[in-house]
Structure formats: structure tokens, C-alpha cells
Design a protein around this ligand. Structure first.
Ligand code: TLP
Length: 344
């Protein structure tokens, strides 16, 4: 039985064409800055995001945390959203390695306001940590792929400037936001000192993320990457997959959005499931199991018996993520199976 793996867009496999492109990649020693494929990928991302420079890193987590490190000092405070990846899924790195404290704001589907930011900023006082960085996640994973509105980002940036704070964008799925809104990537990234994008999610490369920013910041990021053991050698082999993904897999994200929306619409009327299809803006679908006879975990087990994988998100919530390799027919089959599970 063919598995329909909707747990995450991180499960995508490199296509034959991507593998062929990787096999031919020109490589060199990237710790010496001599890998042509890594250099090309970095230039491509810097250009796409309208930044001076960029740095290839192992993962989105590494990208976010190096960014936090280079924008803050020991003992500082970093504002994040309460449901954000940085606050929930990065193993406490910011405090464990870099000695900064995270200060969470409760947003609505990942979105918070400039007023909330203002309320979080600490006045100068010997007792307080210094507020130094604001992090935004766009699209927002636990917010169900929600898109952070550009005008709110602009208002937050004004507050950041007023209080001399830095801005970091966790853009693991920024490409999804840009494809869905048709707002160019640069329009989002211009408000941020550092931006991390992931190549191994919707873009379907096997490994890697990129941090972009001003040259001095990226030079510093390179040092911190080395400090964390992230200096790679002939990394062009994997960077090539990123180049291929940027050239071939960007526009197709629309298909993922279409499939996510189709899934939400086709399960919205099932008794025992709660989801508003209007909430699905990109490639993530989070639905609630309201049927008291079934737990979300049991639903996941029944799906698996039918060859479908989804992720338990919270006690009563399930996450499904569409990506390269998931076809419209898979979505129609998935909604039929869900219909059977809840009517049985
Ligand atoms: N998200 C993964 C899991 O870690 C939860 C997923 O399956 O969605 N920022 C955001 C918004 C992310 O969703 C993720 C990964 C990351 C950063 C970290 O990327 P990696 O996994 O490359 O460290």
C-alpha cells in the first residue's frame, strides 16, 4: 500500500531530477568559503530576500538560534510568540547555549500586535533583562499555516526602531506566505535584521536552511555556526538540492495550498470533526476531533491502517501538511477514509 504521509512537509524526498542535479554539483571546502554551489545558493537566497549576504546552515533550528545569538547579548530578553517554533520546539537552545531569556506573547493563530509588543518591552531597570529582539514566525506552524499580515509587521518594526530592538523572521515557510499572498519575499524580509528560510520543507530539498542579513551580521553568523560544529566541507552536494528547489519548486507551492484547502473543505462537514476551511491559508490543516467516542490518537491509528499518516498536534487536534508528492487524489482518498472513520 502506498503511504500518504501528511505528518509534515519535512518528509518530502528528493526527486530523480534533484538527485541528478546534486550528483553533478561543483564542490569545494566551504569552511574556506570555496564551495561554488554553497556560494551560489547563498547568493540566490540573499538576492531573493533583498539582503547583502546569506549563510547555509544545517537546519531551521540552527538558523533561528544563530540569528538570536548574533542579535542579542548574554542576559538579554527575546520576544517570541507563545506557540512559536522557537519557544516550543528548539529544545531551549537560546537559554541553554546563548544565555538569553525568551518572553512569549499570546497571539491569535501566531499573530500578535504592535501594542502587545510595546507592553512586553522592559524599561531600563537594574532588575530587568534588556529586551533586545522580536521574533516573528511566518507562516505560523502551530497557527495552522497562518500568514502574519504585512501591515502589522510594519507597525511592529516601528516599535522596534523606537526602542532600538532587532527583528528576526523565522521564515521556515516564508515561501508559502509569499506564494499565497503574492507579496514578494523582499517585501516581508525588508523589516527584519535576520531571516531564516528552510529548503527542506515545502521546497522539498533533503537538508538545509539559510540565514540572510547584512554582511557583518552574516560574517558573525559564520563564526557562531563554526562554534556549534556546523562548519561543513563539501556541502555543495546538499546546497545543490537547494538551488534546484529554488529554481523548480517555488511556484508549485500553490498546488500544496490548493490541496490543503481541498482537504479542509471536504472534511468540514464530517460529524465529529471541527475545522473552518477559511482558516486554511497555506499548506497546513489543523482540525479538532469533537467526536466523544474517538480520541485524536485513535483517529491517527485508524488513518494509519488505511495508509495515511497524520500528526497528533494537541490532545484533541490533528495536523496534516500537504507537500510535493501529495496529489489531489490522495486528498480525495484521505477525506473518504476520514468520513468512514467518523461514520463507523
Ligand atoms: N518544524 C517541524 C517540527 O519541528 C515541528 C514541522 O514538522 O513542522 N521554524 C518552523 C516554523 C518550523 O516549522 C520548523 C520545523 C523549524 C523552524 C525548524 O526546522 P528544522 O526542523 O530544520 O530544524
Amino acid at each position: 500500500m502506498r503511504l500518504i504521509d501528511l505528518r509534515s512537509d519535512t518528509v518530502t524526498l528528493p526527486t530523480e531530477e534533484m538527485r541528478a542535479f546534486m550528483a553533478k554539483a561543483e564542490v569545494g571546502d566551504d569552511v574556506f568559503g570555496e564551495d561554488p554551489s554553497v556560494n551560489k545558493l547563498q547568493e540566490m537566497v540573499a538576492d531573493l530576500l533583498g539582503k547583502e549576504a546569506a549563510l547555509f546552515v544545517a537546519s531551521g533550528t540552527m538558523g533561528n538560534e544563530i540569528s538570536i545569538k548574533i542579535l542579542s547579548n548574554w542576559g538579554d530578553e527575546v520576544i517570541v510568540e507563545q506557540e512559536s517554533h522557537i519557544f516550543n520546539y528548539e529544545v531551549g537552545v537560546a537559554s541553554a547555549f546563548f544565555g538569553v531569556q525568551l518572553s512569549p506573547i499570546k497571539g491569535i493563530k501566531g499573530v500578535f500586535t504592535s501594542e502587545q509588543v510595546k507592553d512586553k518591552i522592559r524599561p531600563e531597570n537594574i532588575h530587568f533583562p534588556r529586551t533586545k529582539v522580536i521574533c516573528i514566525e511566518n507562516t505560523h506552524n502551530r497557527g495552522g499555516g497562518n500568514i502574519f499580515p504585512l501591515d502589522e509587521i510594519e507597525r511592529i518594526k516601528k516599535i522596534a526602531d523606537k526602542y532600538k530592538l532587532k527583528m528576526h523572521l523565522d521564515g521556515a515557510r516564508l515561501f508559502n506566505a509569499s506564494v499565497a499572498t503574492k507579496i514578494p519575499l523582499k517585501e516581508y524580509s525588508k523589516f527584519f535584521d535576520t531571516v531564516t528560510i528552510c529548503l527542506s520543507k515545502g521546497l522539498a530539498a533533503p537538508v538545509g536552511s539559510v540565514i540572510a542579513g547584512d554582511k557583518p551580521l552574516i560574517d558573525e553568523a559564520r563564526r557562531i555556526r563554526k562554534m556549534m560544529g556546523g562548519g561543513m566541507r563539501q556541502a555543495g552536494i546538499i546546497a545543490a538540492a537547494g538551488i534546484y528547489a529554488l529554481e523548480h519548486h517555488l511556484e508549485r507551492l500553490e498546488e500544496d495550498h490548493y490541496n490543503a484547502s481541498l482537504l479542509a473543505k471536504s472534511i468540514a462537514d464530517i460529524k465529529g470533526i471541527k475545522i473552518d476551511p477559511n482558516d486554511v491559508k497555506t499548506n497546513i490543516v489543523i482540525f479538532e476531533v469533537t467526536d466523544t467516542r474517538l480520541s485524536a490518537q485513535e483517529v491517527i491509528e485508524k488513518l494509519l491502517k488505511n495508509g495515511i499518516k497524520m500528526l497528533l498536534f494537541k490532545e484533541k487536534f490533528i495536523r496534516a501538511v500537504t507537500h510535493l508528492g501529495i496529489e489531489e487524489n490522495d486528498i480525495r482518498y484521505t477525506s473518504m477514509v476520514l468520513d468512514k472513520i467518523f461514520s463507523g
